[in-house]
Design a binder for this molecule. Structure first.
Ligand SMILES: Nc1ncnc2c1ncn2[C@@H]1O[C@H](COP(=O)(O)OP(=O)(O)OP(=O)(O)O)[C@@H](O)[C@H]1O
Length: 627
C-alpha cells in the first residue's frame, strides 16, 4: 500500500527524478514527536495490521474460533447449563401456572386455587433470578481464560514483531501503542463473548421452558407456534455469515479511515510544506467513501433482522389469535392454556428472540471478526489508492531563460489580498539570483510558486528544467548518510554522494558520522548539520533549478558562502537564494527586492543607488565577513 509518508510514497514519488514532475522537493520524511525528523516508516501499517507470530507458534497463529474458547471448559459449561435449568423452570411456570390459575381457579370460581397458582409463578421469579445470578459467575469462569489466551497471543505477537523488526528486516522498538490497542480489542472481545453466552443460553432455556409449557398445556399449540419461530430463527442464522462479512468490511474500512487520518495528522506539516493538501484530501476521501459504503451495506442488512423478528416473534402471536376461535370451539385448547400460550409468547419468547437477534447481529458478528483479526495469520491488504494528481506541467521559457514569471499573481484564498501581484521576471540559465525583502513580502511564497508547490491565481511560471526546493526546515531521516544524500537520486553511487558532500562543505560532518554508510539520527544532529545534509542531497539531485529558501540560515556565514558558491558553480545550474544575509545578496548576479508595487531586480551596486528599501535592508543586516 502506498503511504504519503513512505520513502517511495506519494510525495516522494512525484519528486523523484525522472518522474513526470518538473520539480523536486527536499522535504519528504515526516516529523516525529517533539519535532524530531524521523525516517518515514510503515509504523501505521504495523500498528493496525499486526503480523503473525513466529513460525514455531503455528497453532498459536491459527485464527481462534469461538468453539476454541469452549474447549477444555466442559465442567464450567456443565455448571452453567445446570443453573440455567432454573431459568427454564421459571419460564415454564409463568405460562403453566397462569393457565392453571384460570382453568382450575378463577374460571371455576375458586379464587383460592387461582391465587395459589399465581403465587407459585411468583415464587418462580426469585428462584429463576438466583439461577441467573449463578450463571453470571459461570460466565466469568468461561470468559476470563479466553481473555488471557487472547492477551498472551497479542503480546507475544507484538514482541515477535519488535524482535523481527515488523518484517522490515530492521529491528525496531516494541510498539506499546499496538499492544495497548490490541488489548483494548481483547476487552471488547471478552465483553462481547460474555454477552453472547448469556443471551444464547437464555434464549435456548427460555424457548425450552416455553415450548415444554405449551406441550404440557396442549401440544397442538406447538403446531401454531413452532413453524414460524423456527423459520424466523433459521432465516437469521442463514444471514449470519453474510452479515459477518459486511461487519468485517465495515471494520476494515473504519480502521483504514482512522489509519489514513492518523498519518495525515502526523504529516500535516510536510503536506502543507509540499503543497500536497489536495491530493492528500483526495486520498482521505477515498477511504471515507469506502467506509460510508460499508456502513450502508451493513445497515441494509438490518432488514433481515427485522424480518426474522417479525416471522419468529410476531407471526406466532398473529397465528394464535387467528386460530384461537377454532382451538377453543373444538376444545383442543382451554381458555387458560390459550392465555398461557400468549404469556409465553409475549413475556418470554419474543423478548428472548429480540435479545438474541440483537446481540448475535451486533456483538456476535463483531466478536467473530475481532477474534479472526486478533489471531489471523496474515491480514488482508488494504485496497490500492489512486495515484495523486500530477503536478503542473513544465512550460518552455523564452530562449536563454531557466525561469520566467509572467504577470504572476498569488493570494492565499479567494478573498485575500494577493501576496504577489503581476510579477514579471526572467532568470537566465546559470544565473544566480538572490531574493530579499521585509518579512511577509512573499519570498517563501515565490519560492513555492517557482517550485510548482503553489498554483498562481493568475499569470504563469515557466521553467526550463526540474526544480529542487530546499526549505528552511531541513528534512533528514533515520538511515545512512548515503540514503539521505542520495534520496532524490537513487542511482547515485558512493562517489556521487561523497562529491556532493564535499561540494557543500559537509565532509567533516559526514566523516564524523562514519562516512557514507554512517547512521543518521535526526534527533542527534543540530539544525545546521541537518541543513548541510539537505544541501548535499540537493546538490546530488538532478534538478538544475535550485531554490534555497533560507536553507542555510543555521550555518555560519562562511559555511553559507561555501554552500552557495558550490551551487553557483554547479554545471548548468540556475540558483535562486532567498537570502537572510547581505553577503548572500552580494554574491548573486542580481537581487530581486520584493516590495509590492516597488519590486525591483538588479545587481547589488545598482540597487544600492536605486532602492531605498535595499539600502535599509543592507544597513539592517549585520556585517558579514567578506565571502
Ligand atoms: N499558508 C498561508 N496561508 C495564508 N497566508 C499565508 C500563508 N503562508 C504565508 N502567508 C502570508 O503570506 C504573506 C507572505 O508570506 P511569505 O512566507 O511568503 O513571506 P516571506 O517574505 O517569506 O516572510 P519571512 O521573511 O518572514 O519568511 C505573509 O503575510 C504571510 O502571513
Amino acid at each position: 500500500m502506498r503511504k504519503f509518508s513512505s520513502r517511495k510514497g506519494a510525495l516522494g514519488a512525484t519528486r523523484r527524478p525522472g518522474a513526470a514532475a518538473g520539480h523536486q522537493v527536499d522535504a519528504v520524511p515526516r516529523l516525529g514527536p517533539a519535532g524530531a525528523v524521523e525516517e518515514p516508516s510503515v509504523e501505521g501499517k504495523a500498528a493496525s495490521r499486526p503480523r503473525r507470530a513466529d513460525a514455531p507458534a503455528a497453532s498459536a497463529s491459527r485464527p481462534l474460533r469461538l468453539r476454541d474458547a469452549l474447549r477444555g471448559q466442559a465442567r464450567v459449561v456443565g455448571v452453567l447449563l445446570a443453573w440455567s435449568v432454573l431459568e427454564a423452570g421459571q419460564t415454564f411456570l409463568l405460562g403453566y401456572a397462569l393457565a392453571r390459575a384460570m382453568d382450575d381457579g378463577f374460571l371455576r370460581g375458586r379464587q383460592g386455587t387461582g391465587l395459589w397458582w399465581l403465587g407459585l409463578a411468583a415464587v418462580g421469579v426469585p428462584v429463576g433470578a438466583y439461577g441467573t445470578g449463578r450463571v453470571f459467575r459461570g460466565v466469568a469462569a468461561l470468559v476470563e481464560p479466553l481473555r488471557d489466551r487472547l492477551v498472551r497471543r497479542v503480546v507475544r505477537r507484538g514482541l515477535g514483531d519488535a524482535v523481527r523488526g515488523g518484517g522490515s528486516g530492521a529491528a525496531r522498538p516494541a510498539d506499546s501503542a499496538v499492544v495497548s490497542r490490541l488489548t483494548h480489542q481483547v476487552e471488547i472481545a471478552r465483553d462481547a463473548f460474555g454477552g453472547l453466552v448469556m443471551v444464547l443460553r437464555s434464549f435456548v432455556f427460555t424457548a425450552a421452558g416455553a415450548l415444554a409449557g405449551m406441550i404440557a398445556l396442549a401440544p397442538v399449540l406447538l403446531l401454531v407456534v413452532l413453524p414460524p419461530l423456527a423459520a424466523g430463527v433459521g432465516l437469521f442464522v442463514a444471514a449470519l455469515r453474510p452479515l459477518a462479512r459486511r461487519q468485517d468490511r465495515f471494520l476494515s474500512a473504519d480502521e483504514a479511515v482512522a489509519e489514513e487520518c492518523g498519518e495525515l495528522a502526523a504529516g500535516l506539516r510536510d503536506i502543507t510544506a509540499c503543497g500536497a493538501r489536495e491530493p492528500m484530501a483526495a486520498r482521505a476521501d477515498v477511504r471515507i467513501e469506502a467506509a460510508q459504503r460499508a456502513a450502508r451495506s451493513l445497515a441494509r442488512f438490518g432488514v433481515v433482522r427485522t424480518a426474522a423478528l417479525a416471522i419468529g416473534g410476531q407471526l406466532p402471536l398473529v397465528l394464535l389469535l387467528l386460530t384461537a376461535p377454532w382451538l377453543l370451539s373444538s376444545h383442543r385448547v382451554t381458555p387458560g392454556a390459550l392465555l398461557g400460550a400468549f404469556a409465553y409468547l409475549t413475556q418470554s419468547l419474543q423478548p428472548a428472540l429480540q435479545n438474541l437477534l440483537h446481540t448475535l447481529g451486533a456483538a456476535g458478528t463483531r466478536l467473530g471478526v475481532i477474534l479472526a483479526r486478533l489471531t489471523a495469520p496474515e491480514p488482508p491488504e488494504a485496497p490500492e489508492l489512486p495515484e495523486p494528481p500530477a503536478p503542473p506541467a513544465v512550460t518552455a521559457t523564452e530562449p536563454g531563460l531557466a525561469l520566467q514569471l509572467r504577470r504572476l499573481t498569488f493570494a492565499y484564498g479567494p478573498g485575500a489580498e494577493p501576496v504577489l501581484r503581476d510579477l514579471d521576471l526572467g532568470v537566465a540559465q546559470g544565473e544566480h539570483l538572490a531574493v530579499v525583502g521585509p518579512s511577509g513580502t512573499g519570498k517563501s511564497t515565490l519560492a513555492g510558486l517557482v517550485a510548482g508547490l503553489l498554483r498562481p491565481a493568475a499569470g504563469e511560471v515557466r521553467r526550463n528544467g526540474e526544480v529542487v526546493l530546499v526549505p528552511q526546515e531541513a528534512y533528514v531521516f533515520r538511515g545512512t548518510v548515503a540514503e539521505n544524500v542520495g534520496y532524490l537520486r537513487p542511482e547515485a553511487g558512493p562517489d556521487d554522494v561523497l562529491a556532493a558532500v564535499a561540494a557543500v562543505g559537509a565532509d567533516a560532518l559526514v566523516a564524523a558520522l562514519g562516512g557514507p554508510e554512517g547512521a543518521v539520527d535526526p534527533a542527534e544532529l543540530s539544525a545546521g548539520e541537518r541543513q548541510l545534509l539537505a544541501l548535499a542531497r540537493t546538490y546530488a539531485a538532478r534538478g538544475r533549478i535550485v531554490v534555497l529558501d533560507e536553507a542555510t540560515c543555521h550555518l555560519d556565514a562562511a559555511a553559507e558562502a561555501r554552500a552557495e558558491r558550490a551551487f553557483a558553480a554547479r554545471p548548468a545550474t540556475t540558483l535562486l537564494v532567498v537570502a537572510h544575509r547581505i553577503s548572500s545578496a552580494r554574491r548573486a548576479d542580481r537581487t530581486l527586492v520584493l516590495d509590492g508595487p516597488r519590486t525591483v531586480c538588479a545587481p547589488h551596486d545598482t540597487l544600492l543607488a536605486a532602492s531605498p528599501l535595499y539600502r535599509d535592508l543592507t544597513a539592517a543586516w549585520s556585517p558579514a565577513p567578506a565571502g
